[in-house]
Design a protein around this ligand. Structure first.
Ligand code: THU
Length: 160
């Protein structure tokens, strides 16, 4: 038996003004998308902005449903919009923000496990890492240099 270390590294920004200027712009668009989320049940709004290699920006937000499991997270709405409208075009950066009408979200909100799995398929296919930036409504922003760094021991087509 041996133990191994599984290490993920991240960069923490203390405010949006510390982000690279194009990421600040993506964050503004993610905030606009967040405000349009359809989240009447959880009251938890998530907005995403994706930058593609052709410089298109694709937005997404969570879309809930009275039959709760039929809703969808913002990240998957956005990546599937990108995959649908721009098949094969690489995703460079993905920016996430979340807010709630129940309380101020002051911790960074990373993508859920199912979204990480979905996003990993795109990152693997494009053979280039996707930079992920995520925050709440206020507070620190976390950046990871790739999606797979958020998903160690991931499942992929090699198992099939
Ligand atoms: N949600 C997202 O949109 N992205 C995540 O990564 C976490 C959760 C949404 C799903 C649901 O509409 C609400 O947030 C509460 O879980």
């Amino acid at each position: 038996m041996k133990k191994i270390d599984v290490v993920a590294s991240a960069t923490i920004f203390e405010s949006v003004s510390e982000l690279p200027s194009n990421v600040q712009e993506l964050m503004e668009k993610a905030i606009e998308a967040r405000k349009k989320a359809y989240a009447p049940y959880s009251k938890f709004n998530v907005g995403v902005a994706l930058l593609l290699e052709n410089n298109e920006i694709v937005l997404g937000n969570n879309q809930e449903n009275a039959a709760y499991p039929s809703g969808m997270c913002a990240e998957r709405v956005a990546i599937w919009k990108a995959g649908s409208d721009y098949p094969g075009v690489k995703v460079k950066q993905l920016v996430i923000t979340a807010s709630s009408s129940n309380s101020k979200v002051d911790k960074p909100v990373g993508p859920c496990g199912a979204c990480r799995q979905t996003l990993s398929e795109y990152e693997i296919n494009q053979k280039e890492p996707i930079e992920i930036y995520f925050m709440g409504e206020v507070g620190n922003i976390v950046k990871t240099d790739s999606l797979l760094s958020l998903l160690p021991f991931s499942f992929d087509r090699s198992y099939l």
